[in-house]
Ligand binder design. Structure first.
Ligand code: AMP
Length: 208
């Protein structure tokens, strides 16, 4: 399963809920890349400069990373891809090795994307995601799940967000048409409340 959507559309939040309910693996390229950046691996050092500017990491790096991850035995039960593919080239490469069953597109208005990204706070330790207004942590700046401190991702700062949204429009949005042509696409309005959006997703995918 693939989850498409602009930065701030709620892909990470919904992908975690979907993975839990359907007992499949959640694979987020952003998380894999951030992990490589923290560990200062060769790949992480290369990726960091692109990520901090709000640009896409070069296709080949991300394709190698994801194909390697999908070889894991934990991917055998099925998986949801969150943040991959992000270009038509990535989608074409994926199509050569894996069959996609369903592509969900979380559709959110531009103004709401901006508000969601600027208010987002993330746990650097367990990856849980909160929002100052829409999903505040119980204690200020503390992760509900693991008790670590929350941070604002460096690429959630306003100057970088503009670039990420522009990059999305130019390189990632064309995937909507790509998967629609293949008859795989299902649009989900992504501007409501987390559980309501999740329920619409479940009713769309359950019959499959
Ligand atoms: P995300 O957490 O999905 O918003 O991803 C954070 C950043 O990681 C993006 O802004 C990109 O720089 C990079 N990234 C994540 N997934 C991809 C991908 N599929 N292709 C290229 N860059 C990616």
């Amino acid at each position: 399963m693939i989850l498409l959507g602009a930065p701030g559309a709620g892909k990470g939040t919904q992908a975690k809920l979907i993975a839990d309910k359907f007992e499949i693996l959640h694979v987020a390229t952003g998380d894999l890349l951030r992990d490589a950046v923290i560990k200062e691996t060769e790949l992480g050092i290369k990726a960091k400069e692109y990520m901090s500017r709000g640009e896409l990491v070069p296709d080949q790096i991300v394709i190698d990373l994801i194909l390697e991850r999908l070889k894991g035995t934990d991917a055998k039960v099925g998986y949801i891809l969150d943040g991959f593919p992000r270009t038509v080239h990535q989608a074409e490469k994926l199509a050569k090795v894996e069959e996609v069953d369903i592509v969900l597109n979380l559709d959110v208005d531009f103004d709401l994307l901006l508000e969601r990204l600027t208010g987002r706070r993330s746990c650097a330790s367990c990856g849980a995601v909160f929002h100052l207004k829409y999903n505040p942590p119980k204690a200020e700046n503390i992760c509900n799940k693991c008790g670590s401190g929350l941070i604002q991702r460096p690429d959630d700062h306003e100057d970088v967000i503009k670039n990420r949204l522009e990059t999305y429009n130019r390189l990632t949005r064309p995937l909507i048409e790509f998967y629609d042509h293949l008859g795989k696409l299902k649009n989900v309005p992504g501007d409501g409340e987390i559980n309501g959006i999740f329920n619409s997703i479940v009713s769309l995918i359950s019959p499959q």
